[in-house]
Structure formats: structure tokens, C-alpha cells
Write a protein that binds this ligand. Structure first.
Ligand code: MSP
Length: 482
């Protein structure tokens, strides 16, 4: 069978501070989609990494009296360590201080310059160092950047500008025709309004005397490159460094939150068009992870340390909660109380009990192969559609609706009384389907169940009848939390 290819990316995170739960959120969601594709046998490449240049990082390293490279080395390690603990299955971790990446960025800057798409001029605009983005007057609230509660700098300096304006019409058409897909729909509308109101040429450089921690412009060493140009190109170099560019470009989906959506839907595709690269197929914009309604962020000081949570809860519980609790695409508030509730009610009571009761009874009474009528209640098509439409929370909801059906089936048929081996087979066979479907979300638990049932986790096995004869009682999958 011909399989599809699937390339998914997360934003590369600023290496200005240690990772927080917000950055973990996008990466977990991307991991769910990457694993979902791998499960179906699609050739998958999943890229994440760190964005290590720019004024923000330069300022912090200076303040700490550390060389920027040493500072970012440490932060990149923290991200890698966190992603490992969260069971993130990325195929590569790109750091923008990778020399191969830097060389490639210089190459494209030169090409843009040779094509006269970058020209020398001067630039005057408001710039928020927190965002590392230019803001328009309408973005400001009381003269401040609402995300960072900080007054933007008015920048007026010699700079090299990129002819973004030249791509306005083309971008608008590509988005309108769906050739460049922006999801959810409300974001598509939003960006079209922005683009159609006019795109201005934008500064692609900073004077080196001001921002030295950046990639030098190959055609003028007095300037360093705007951090976003360097950052965007990670999506290409991440593949090139692993020799996978031909196989995987263009990206199937790029995930991010709305804070960096505007630049991603304008400057990034414009650079690609300028250099004759194909555009990514889809940008999916999810909402903010909030604390009391405010975006969780390092700059606002309300960030939650995922490592602290991982000392108390398993990676699977945390992954489950983050994906189940927030409709993908909308904002959602974080609360530890909700996390505990979902862990206890859904993972421990519903899933954990189903597996432990079924396997204990199967060990005691045995199982006998029979057509699985219970499995007919699994809404596989819907689950698949939800996942393919980025409705991650809804697919989990559907999988758990089937778990409820299985628990009702036990209650109704009372195999502890009847010792009915066929009912126990149906339940074990249904748990097999559940374990496979839950693999993208809670891989460690799925693997534990797969071991008990002696199955390989892949999509085709969902409907293939279970062949194991003897089942051993499962360990407790989720201990209840008080
Ligand atoms: N370095 C840039 C991205 C360059 S990509 C070419 C950047 N980095 S960041 O560290 O600020 O990461 C922003 C992204 O982190 C968001 O778009 C989102 O994916 C994730 N999130 C950070 N905080 C988050 C929340 N509170 N809620 C949801 N997503 C969060 O921007």
C-alpha cells in the first residue's frame, strides 16, 4: 500500500528562559499528530527546536554576565530534557546556532539580496523585544504591548528591508483559494483582513552594534539578520541537516499559538515564494494556555514549570489532561484541580478499572475467541475524522465514550459471576483497540497494555481479532491521587 508522508513542525522556542507548560503544550499536540500518523504507517518527520539568536537573548545573557552561546546551550538542554520526559517523539531538534543552519540562512539572505528583494533603506516602527516583533499602533493598549505589558521601542535606523509588499496579492489569493490553508477558519478571516489592508516592506536587519547576537548579513557585515528570518528557516534546515528535505518538504502542518501567527502567515510564506519554495500546506493556530484568563508566559511571570508537575504526575496524565481539557484551537485555563479530577475519574476509574478488571478476570477464567459485537460500538470513523481535523480533544472524548460502553458491558454481563470466556474475549479485544487508539495521547500506558495483550501497536490491528490465549492481570495503570 502507498503510504503518505507527513511533516509536522512546532515553533522553535526562544532560548531566553527555561521551558514552561505553554511551550510543552504545542509540542505535546504535535507529538499526538506525529504519533497518529506513524500509527497509520505514514512516513513521518516531526521537528521542534530552539530559537537562539536575537536581542532578547543577547540582553539576558549580558545581564547574567554569560556568553550568549553558553547561555543558550544550557536552555536548549533543558528543552531536550523536558521533551524526553514528556515522551516527545521528535525526529530532530534544530538549534539556530547550528553552523549548518547559519550557513544556509546566509545563503538565502544573499539570494534575496541578489534578486533585489532585500534593499537598503531606513526603518521606523514600534518594536516589542518581548515579542521580537514589530507592532502597529492598533496593536498597542495604553501605549503598551498587551502581551508583555511593556512599552515598545520606537526604532528608527538604517536597515535592509524585504519587499514584503510585493507578495501581498499573491498571498491573499493563495489563502483565499485554500492553496495555503489557515485553520481554524476564524484565523483565516483574521489574516485576510490584515493582508488585504496592506503589507508594508519590513526590516530584515539590525545594526550589529545594537544586536550583535545574530547571523551577519553576508553582503553587509555591519548588520545582523532579523531573528525571525533566521528562525523561520529552521523548518527547512531541520530537514536538510537530516538529509530529508526532498522527502518531506513542504510541511503538512505547522502548529503554533496565535501570538506568532501573523508573522507566520505573511513574512514566512513570502520568503518561500521569493525563493521559489513550495508553501507549507496548513498552518494550524491553537489558543492560549491561560492562568486566570492571562496567557501563561515567561515574561508575565505566571509560567508553570512542567518539571514540577512531572514530579507529581506521570507524563501520560499530563499529556492526557492538556489535550483533553482544552478544545484544540481555543484558549483554556490551567488548573491542577481539573488535572487531578480527570486523572482520577477518566484515567484511573474508567480506563484503569476497565483494564484491571478485564485482565484479572481473564487470567482467572480464561478467554475464548468469538466475533466481537462490542467493538461495533466504537466510532472509529469519527475518531479518525476528528484527528485528521485537528479536533484532538474530541477524538479523546470519543475514545472514552467507547471505554464507557465497555464498562457498561461488564456491568451488564457480570463475567465475574458467569465466568463467560467469550464476554471476556470481547472485552480484551476491545481494550486492544482502545490501547492502539490511545497511543498518540498516552504512549506509555498504551505500550503497557500492548505488552499484556501481546499486540503490536499499529492502526491495522484495531480490527484484527486478538489472538492471545492466556492473559495476565495488569499492574495498576493509574494510581488515584488524593
Ligand atoms: N521563537 C519564536 C518562534 C519562532 S518559530 C519560527 C517564539 N518562541 S516562543 O518561545 O515565544 O514560543 C511561542 C510559542 O510557544 C507559541 O506560539 C505556542 O506555540 C507556544 N506557547 C507559549 N506559551 C503558550 C501558552 N501560554 N499557550 C499556548 N501556547 C504557548 O515565538
Amino acid at each position: 500500500m502507498v503510504k503518505n508522508k507527513f511533516y509536522i513542525t512546532t515553533p522553535i522556542y526562544y532560548a531566553n528562559a527555561e521551558p514552561h507548560l505553554g511551550s510543552a503544550y504545542t509540542t505535546i499536540a504535535a507529538d499526538v499528530l506525529a504519533r497518529w500518523n506513524k500509527l497509520q504507517g505514514n512516513k513521518t518527520f516531526f521537528l521542534t527546536g530552539t530559537d537562539e539568536h536575537g536581542q532578547k537573548i543577547q540582553e539576558i545573557a549580558e545581564k547574567k554576565g554569560i556568553k550568549p552561546q553558553k547561555f543558550v546551550d544550557n536552555i536548549a538542554d533543558k528543552y531536550k530534557e523536558l521533551f524526553k520526559l514528556l515522551n516527545i517523539s521528535n525526529d530532530f531538534f534544530l538549534r539556530t546556532t547550528n553552523p549548518k543552519h547559519e550557513k544556509e540562512v546566509k545563503r538565502i539572505l544573499q539570494e534575496l539580496y541578489d534578486k533585489k528583494l532585500i534593499y537598503k533603506g531606513s526603518y521606523e516602527a514600534y518594536y516589542c523585544v518581548g515579542c521580537e516583533q514589530y507592532l502597529t499602533k492598533s496593536d498597542l493598549v495604553d501605549g503598551k504591548c498587551p502581551l508583555h505589558n511593556r512599552k515598545p521601542e520606537l526604532r528608527k535606523e538604517e536597515a535592509y528591508l524585504f519587499r514584503l509588499s510585493k507578495f501581498q496579492k499573491k498571498l491573499s489569493t493563495l489563502i483565499k483559494t485554500g492553496k495555503y490553508k489557515i485553520l481554524p477558519k476564524k484565523r483565516r478571516k483574521e489574516i485576510l483582513t490584515f493582508i488585504d489592508s496592506g503589507l508594508q516592506d519590513i526590516s530584515f536587519s539590525r545594526l550589529k552594534q545594537k544586536v550583535s547576537w545574530g547571523i551577519e548579513l553576508p553582503f553587509d557585515k555591519k548588520h545582523t539578520c532579523f531573528v525571525w528570518v533566521d528562525a523561520f528557516w529552521n523548518y527547512i534546515t531541520g530537514l536538510q541537516i537530516k538529509n530529508q528535505f526532498k522527502e518531506f518538504w513542504p510541511a503538512n502542518v505547522q502548529l503554533m499559538a496565535k501570538d506568532i501567527f501573523r508573522v507566520h502567515a505573511t513574512i514566512w510564506p513570502a520568503i518561500l515564494l521569493a525563493l521559489n519554495y513550495k508553501l507549507p500546506k496548513t498552518l494550524f493556530i491553537h489558543g492560549y494556555f491561560t492562568i486566570d484568563g492571562k496567557k501563561m508566559s515567561k515574561s508575565l511571570g505566571n509560567a508553570i514549570d512542567p518539571l514540577e508537575l512531572l514530579e507529581k504526575y506521570s507524563a501520560d496524565s499530563l499529556r492526557y489532561f492538556l489535550i483533553r481539557n482544552i478544545p484544540f484551537g481555543d484558549d483554556g485555563d490551567f488548573s491542577e484541580k481539573n488535572l487531578i479530577e480527570r486523572h482520577n475519574n477518566e484515567l484511573a476509574n474508567k480506563l484503569g478499572n476497565l483494564v484491571s478488571r478485564t485482565t484479572a478476570l481473564a487470567e482467572k477464567h480464561g478467554i475464548q475467541k468469538t466475533p466481537n459485537k462490542l467493538l461495533k460500538k466504537l466510532e472509529l470513523k469519527q475518531i479518525k475524522n476528528h484527528l485528521n481535523n485537528y479536533e484532538l480533544d474530541k477524538s479523546l472524548h470519543q475514545i472514552f465514550a467507547f471505554i464507557d460502553k465497555c464498562n457498561e458491558y461488564i456491568q451488564k454481563n457480570k463475567p465475574w459471576k458467569t465466568k463467560d470466556k467469550k464476554v471476556l474475549y470481547e472485552l480484551a479485544d476491545s481494550i486492544k483497540a482502545i490501547a492502539i487508539l490511545l497511543y498518540p495521547f498516552i504512549p506509555t500506558t498504551s505500550e503497557k497494555i500492548a505488552k499484556i495483550l501481546n499486540i503490536t501497536i499499529n492502526y491495522n490491528n484495531i480490527k484484527k481479532p486478538l489472538i492471545i490465549k492466556n492473559i495476565k492481570k495488569s499492574e495498576i495503570l493509574f494510581k488515584k491521587i488524593k
